[in-house]
Design a binder for this molecule. Sequence first.
Ligand code: C2E
Ligand code: CA
Ligand code: CA
Ligand code: CA
Length: 275
Amino acid sequence: AKRRKSSVPCAYDPQMAETLAERLRIETELRDAIANDTLMPYFQPLVRLNNRTVYGFETLARWQRQDGSFVPPDVFIRTAENAGLITDLSDKLLRKACLAARNWPANLILAFNISPRQLSDQFLGNRLLRILKEVDFPPQRLSIEITESAIIRDIGETVRILDQLRAVGVRIALDDFGTGYSSLAQLAQLPLDKIKIDRQFTANFMENDKQSKIVRSVLELGRVLEISMLAEGVETDEQYQMLRAMGCYLGQGYLFGRPMPAEAVPAYLIDSQRN
Ligand code: C2E
Ligand code: CA
Ligand code: CA
Ligand code: CA
């Protein structure tokens, strides 16, 4: 394993020391959790806004420690990336997610997050497809969500991986659009089927006229590029109505459902048909 000695500050800083110790402890625990395959996929509904039917579910990783506490995925995904554990974590999670999704109605899409670091792994495509084959899950039902980052040095390699996946029917979604590295540059370079508008836009656009104009323009951009659009973080009925009126295809957020364990999905689907 790689030691990140270089990140230890020279001057003694008790605050920092604690975080480093905690970080190392989390890394060790995470290594065990992955080895023992204890991470669980949760699933959050993706909903068609025009008729409020379920389009699919996004897989969200959940890790419960021995003491019962949950570590936020933002934290342990970063830890896994830095510790060289992300491939193993991701492969095991995808396998579990597919096994769960196989029991859903066959029209439902399974969305799955791929971290930026994985995107520069030339074997990513082969590995994903091998897992789908192993668990007998149709590639046409998988949508991978990507965010680009500065660590992608070879955009050509990333495009090659994405094209390989698309050739067998896997869809590609650009996640967190409008933030960080997820920007206009990616629209031009990457083969995309879907854009997920980051929830910070959804959160503010009711009160802020400028934000709503931005969302409107981004939706228009999607129309022109023939890429379907999803709004993240839909929490209120007003946001939902507004996005629907603007012609946004899909939505995701607490209004429609929180991330849930696989066992809760059948009841959610029955319930959603009643409305
Ligand atoms: P993300 O891919 O942008 O996932 C959406 C996040 O927004 C999830 O947080 C979800 O629980 C949260 N969310 C959904 N609807 C709402 C809403 O209406 N309001 C608010 N406030 N939040 C909402 P979560 O599960 O904590 O995941 C955080 C991030 O961790 C994800 O952001 C993703 O970047 C990463 N992540 C999670 N699972 C995986 C995984 O299996 N692999 C990779 N590479 N990254 C993952
Ligand atoms: Ca995502
Ligand atoms: Ca997102
Ligand atoms: Ca995110």
